[in-house]
Design a protein around this ligand. Structure first.
Ligand code: EPZ
Length: 451
């Protein structure tokens, strides 16, 4: 099937969404292209991981006390999650990049439809809420339109662990028998990051033992399990394909706080950006061991990297990079969230390469805009594109289709000749804190202006 109908559908939907978000994101980024010159230099510090902090916020529902979460990025997705949690009764205080969530009082079991529609990650709340209250009512979540993003795995998983799943109008209603979630065994027919996190948290306060097979292996899941275990949970095997959870009556923070790990996707995005635009950039406060697949690929494609314990130094030099096929894969394979930035990288490499996007079916919505900028791309089907480089990109007006493609557009605009304007900056602000300030600090000419 050609990609066009899918792109058209998502494009239309996004226009509608964009209008909705427009109220909030009436801003654009104006970026002056460097025209192939690799001149950026200095240091970029990586923020806390969006896809870890969001789940830590959800995990506070397993407690009935104050829980402190540190190194939280100041991004739109966190603000959305904050709105949802406040709406159901959580008291939240922010102290710079730390948040204190107080879940002592009664928490509603009804997730707000409109707020949840704006954040796919809201689905993670269903697990801890079911564990805490014995019931939860929610609607199909929204979020980035990078694919259909069904929730069948969640519903099948809840049933396998002994919950009852029914519908009330358009809402899903989950309930557990008296005494709590009985527990059970569930095999993920497809590895799911949030599915693993949600069911793992649902089982923490359950009555019996739960076994999750073919679980996702992301490092953020290990960090979450370690924190919950420090507070009294009994989770074994996080980070392996089989996670076992013994239900416990309750959790207690006991002075433990959740330290959000560095955002590996942000670090990887900056690595790709630096390889194309920097003379010498130090990416600090990151976890290179969470980026092995990207580091390996960039090195064999000719990028000069110095990898330390918590930093990666990129020296752009003026060498040509060699194209290499990319296949996205569940962790520790090449992350789908770095696929769009890598596509921009490949437009600047010598030779032809495939990108095989194995995780999502709608994650090439940036193709038309890169073609307009002058890239040589060919869509083969909804999972594969072919890129031929190197090509000179020229600055254009762009509309960021989703969170990760938005960052890819910033990279493309910096590599291009001439000026680019990126609209719908809300999508970029969803995942990258103060992006224009951080890139300006290493010499990029990028500014945020009202639409
Ligand atoms: C998480 O999404 C991340 N989001 C995504 O990051 C990331 O791209 C993705 O994992 C894959 O790494 C958060 O953690 C908040 P999945 P998630 O469930 O959990 C299919 C970003 O930009 N599937 O692992 O929603 C699904 O359609 C975001 O930060 C089902 O079929 O992704 C996909 O093809 C984008 N049924 C595959 O599994 C289900 O019930 C993997 O999706 C659930 C998922």
């Amino acid at each position: 099937m050609s990609i066009e109908p899918i792109t058209a559908f998502f494009g239309l939907w996004d226009m509608i969404k964009g209008m909705e978000d427009g109220k909030k994101a009436a801003q654009k980024l104006v970026i002056e292209g460097l025209g192939h010159k690799r001149v950026l230099s200095g240091e970029i510090s990586v923020c806390g991981a969006k896809n870890s902090a969001l789940k830590a916020f959800a995990a506070t529902l397993l407690f009935k006390e104050k829980v402190r979460i540190e190194n939280v990025p100041h991004i739109e997705d966190i603000f959305q999650m904050e709105h949802i949690l406040k709406d159901i009764g959580v008291l939240i205080n922010q102290e710079k990049d730390a948040y204190v969530l107080d879940t002592t009082s009664q928490i509603s079991s009804e997730l707000p439809r409109a707020l949840s529609k704006r954040l796919r990650a809201s689905i993670v709340l269903t697990g801890p809420l079911l564990g805490r209250n014995g019931s939860v009512t929610f609607h199909h979540p929204g979020g980035c339109l990078i694919g259909a993003r069904p929730i069948d795995v969640f519903l099948e998983g809840f049933r396998a662990l002994g919950a009852n799943v029914s519908m009330k109008g358009e809402a899903y209603v989950l309930t557990v028998p008296t005494g709590g979630l009985p527990g059970g065994e569930f095999f993920f027919h497809t590895q799911s990051v949030t599915g693993t996190e949600t069911l793992m948290m649902a089982a923490v306060l359950g009555r019996g033992k739960s076994v999750l097979k073919n679980a996702a292996l992301e490092p953020e899941i290990v960090v979450l399990a370690d924190f919950l275990n420090a507070c009294g949970a009994r989770i074994r095997g996080a980070g392996t394909p089989t996670i076992e959870v013994e239900g416990v009556p309750g959790l207690h923070a006991r002075g433990n706080l959740f330290e959000t790990p560095p955002d590996r996707i942000e670090a990887g995005s900056f690595l790709i950006l630096a390889a194309l635009t920097a003379s010498d950039i130090m990416i600090r406060d990151c976890e290179p061991r969470h980026l092995e697949s990207l580091i390996y690929l960039l090195k064999i494609m000719g990028v000069s990297l110095e990898v330390g314990g918590d930093f990666i130094r990129v020296r752009g030099g003026d060498g040509r990079y060699k194209a290499h096929d990319i296949k996205t894969h569940e962790y520790p394979g090449f992350p789908t969230d770095l696929q769009a930035p890598m596509a921009v990288f490949l437009t600047q490499c010598e030779g032809e390469a495939f990108i095989f996007e194995t995780i999502f079916e709608g994650r090439f919505r940036y193709v038309d805009d890169l073609l307009r900028m002058g890239a040589h791309l060919r869509s083969l089907d909804q999972h594969r594109i072919m890129i031929k480089g190197p090509t000179t990109l020229s600055g254009k007006e762009l509309e960021s289709p989703d969170l990760r493609a938005g960052l890819a557009y910033i990279i493309a605009a910096l590599v291009a000749e001439g000026v680019s304007v990126i609209h719908n900056v809300y999508n970029i602000d969803r995942g990258y804190e103060h992006i224009e300030e951080r890139l300006s600090a290493v010499g990029a000419r990028i500014k945020r202006v009202p639409e």
